[in-house]
Design a protein. Sequence first.
Length: 328
Amino acid sequence: MSPKQNSAVGEQPSAKSNKAAKGASAKPASRKPADAEPNGSATSATTPATTPASAKSAGSAAARRPKSAKPESRLAMVRRARRINRELADVYPYAHPELDFRDPFELLVATVLSAQTTDLRVNQTTPALFAKYPTPEDMAAAVPEELEEVIRPTGFFRAKARSLIGLSTALRDRYDGEVPGTLKDLVTLPGVGRKTANVVLGNAFGVPGLTVDTHFGRLVRRWKWTDQEDPEKVEAEIAAIFPKSEWTMLSHRIIFHGRRVCHSRKPACGACPIAHLCPSYGEGETDPEKARKLLKYEMGGYPGQRLSPPPDYPGKPAPPLGTPAGAE
């Protein structure tokens, strides 16, 4: 659905005609924009995008919103943050973890491998990895050089191989070959920090958690939800804004948006479906046509990152490792 133009946006304030005293000038009466909220920040009257196609059509007219000279209050920020979450849920109803996995062990291994590389490259690598090492016991007994060769496409393969053998050995010796379902236990495993633990807890065990990766951190700072840089401090501040039940899906929506629209160097502001709520609008390309060319994955009509995406994913599956460029 294409967003409706809001003629009130950018409207000049009206002035009442008064008789001016000699030597004095009349001051125009200021007026709040028709779509301004009580907290001083204004929102567009656009219809929220509900599909990738409609998200593409978000125009610059929808993105322009009056700037408030008044600092945003904490309450106003929380309301805006929660509205962004609701609108992202409409845009990405199919948001999901973009690592292929069939059980907690596979998700744990894939998440460790995802450091400093793309989920796509991990997904292209793990089929051969799990065919050779299907269980923690198998991976714990791996010959390091052989494991390194299998995971080489993900980069930093020597360090990652050490982590995989270490965590698999810990699972075998301390947890009877099972991945533990608590944050306290997960972070004791080699190569597993809070981010990895929250990914596993939220998506393999249904325990709510915030995944503070580079996309998540970048967007929450652009949206002025926090100014923290440390991932644990970011996690704590965002956790205070949203109910715990929203944490896992909030993470997926933000990461989806960061990968598809709100890029690091050149965000597609002119094609962003939540531009009317973004205090950083204008940092990227604002021309709608040019911005649409910046969209990635299903938003731009390209394959996604998973070789085996969920049934409701509207995009194309990713190609296996070694597929020639342009082939699907």
